[in-house]
Design a protein around this ligand. Sequence first.
Ligand code: ADP
Ligand code: MG
Length: 625
Amino acid sequence: MADIIQLLPDHVANQIAAGEVVQRPASVVKELLENAIDAKAETIKLLVKDAGKTLVQVIDDGVGMSVTDARLSFERHATSKIRSAEDLFQLNTKGFRGEALASIAAIAHVELKTKQEQDEVGTAITIEGSEVVSQEAVVTPKGTSIAVKHLFFNIPARRNFLKSNTVEIRHIMEEFQRVALAHPNIGFVMYHNGSEVFNLPQSNYRQRIVNILGPKTNEKLVPVNEDTEVLKISGFVGKPEYAKKSRGEQFFFVNHRFIKSAYLNHAISSAFEGLIKEGAHASYFLNLEVNPQSIDINIHPTKTEIKFDDEHTLYAILRASVKHSLGQFNIAPVLDFERDANLDTPYEYSEKQASTPTIEVDRTFNPFNDETTKVSTLSKPKVSSQSFSSKRETPAASWESLYVGLESKGTKSQQDFSEVEFESSETTVSMFDESQITTKQSTYQIHNKYVFSAIKSGMLVIDQHRAHQRVLYEDFLQHITGKNTVSQQLLFPLQLTFSKQELDIVKQLKEDLEHAGFVFQNFDKNGFEVIGLPINVPESEVSIILDQLISDVEQGVPDAHFSVADLLAKSLAKSLAIKSGQSLSQTEQEHLVNSLFACKEPNVSPANRPTFITMTVDELDKKFM
Ligand code: ADP
Ligand code: MG
């Protein structure tokens, strides 16, 4: 039989390798930035167009390449960084596989210009899909510029697989930040579609973090420094009270290389144990220096995972030094043993300033509308301005209908719950009869979590948090999508600072936020001012709400079918809804039930979970048999 095994042609092998190395424009950014760093650049410029789909270009002032090297750099397994297998264990550079440039050139149009210091002229090479189109001598400054255009031009399936520009640019910014954080001693600039996104001068580590994540970061940082035989740690952790909803600000660098490690991450979380709320994530920016011989970075093609020889020791050292730092900065409780958690001031309050007393205003008051005035004063005597949307002007109507027939015991008690009418808010004319409220308690709250009520078919149990989310969600959605925006003016503008990335998200949502009732002014590169708020958003919550929103957007991967309005309404509702554990007055309970059943979809929360359950008298009867 004839031989059937053939060696793959190089360009095919390169395309296959490219699949591993280049998943998206951000991968190109990472490889090119790392090459520039290995070339000892002092300043690195990144230019991106259309989220990298049209152009990714990295210009450095590093050592450059000779003519031969320039040509060789595109060959597979061409690397200047290792000579033998042993070198792998002494690695102090980013690259070593020698496949990045070959892979990239296989699936894009690449233009290289490079010159070494001592040379008069440099070299320009153009390659399209692994084929050298041109090579010539050029006048170019010392260093290297590599432009990668039309990524995946010859692999339409991969190109179509790319996400929206918003998503792709976020990945690019993520890579850029990781590299920039790992190398504060190198200056970085990034442009997207011609406008400057980052300008990071050479600086120390703290300044670099602040330059990337925004000026408000400075006060959040607690230094961590530890020098042991096996491990040197330097960097910062975020103070516990600034813990984030998302994992966005967690960075480990091992020998100046960004890595992901669930295990080491756990070491940090456990150091923060008891200091931050469940579901929140501590920020950290930590550089670990270990002997290169004790790690294996070879296990992952994109090199973000790493194997340590002695993970347990690293874990212990890391945890201890973070704990130590938190303690030193008086953040951890002084006594660690069995204290009554209830006696501690919650961390989020401990540094809060006393809040200015607010005046309670009946926001539904409208001197020109007699009806409204009457309703709101009658039915909501003391609803605290925090707790509820005060916009619903049909307080008793819908819910009261549940009671119809309750008085005439027995007559209709068998009625199935599904026959109960909810949607009567617009049609029912009956008003709250004051005497009825005061004499008969119609709702009960248990465990500060569930609200019970009798209905004509039996009983109703409402999950207060979910129910209120539903109410707020529909309310916000209506305002965001509708035209009648209502906002409360703030006496003093609220100055908020955000990182570049967060700011981008807010800008993207600005219009919808404005529809919801937010009023912004003075956007600049560090943040903006808020001068108006939706009427049910308390001023003290604004930054928490925006943080939550940003994290929701980051995690919600806003793609093709994503509705900003919906996400925004959900996020705001989630932040503002009364929580489990919050005690509700009688009026508040009643108002909640009313508002819920005035909703279009009272049965489920915005996240599609049940808001209430019912139990019929029949079912109760059976339980007693
Ligand atoms: P690796 O980085 O793994 O060695 P690459 O394919 O990324 O592989 O690069 C191949 C070689 O090209 C490098 O080893 C280096 O010698 C050279 N090279 C790539 N980029 C640059 C640059 N910006 N400046 C100088 N030399 C570079
Ligand atoms: Mg490389």
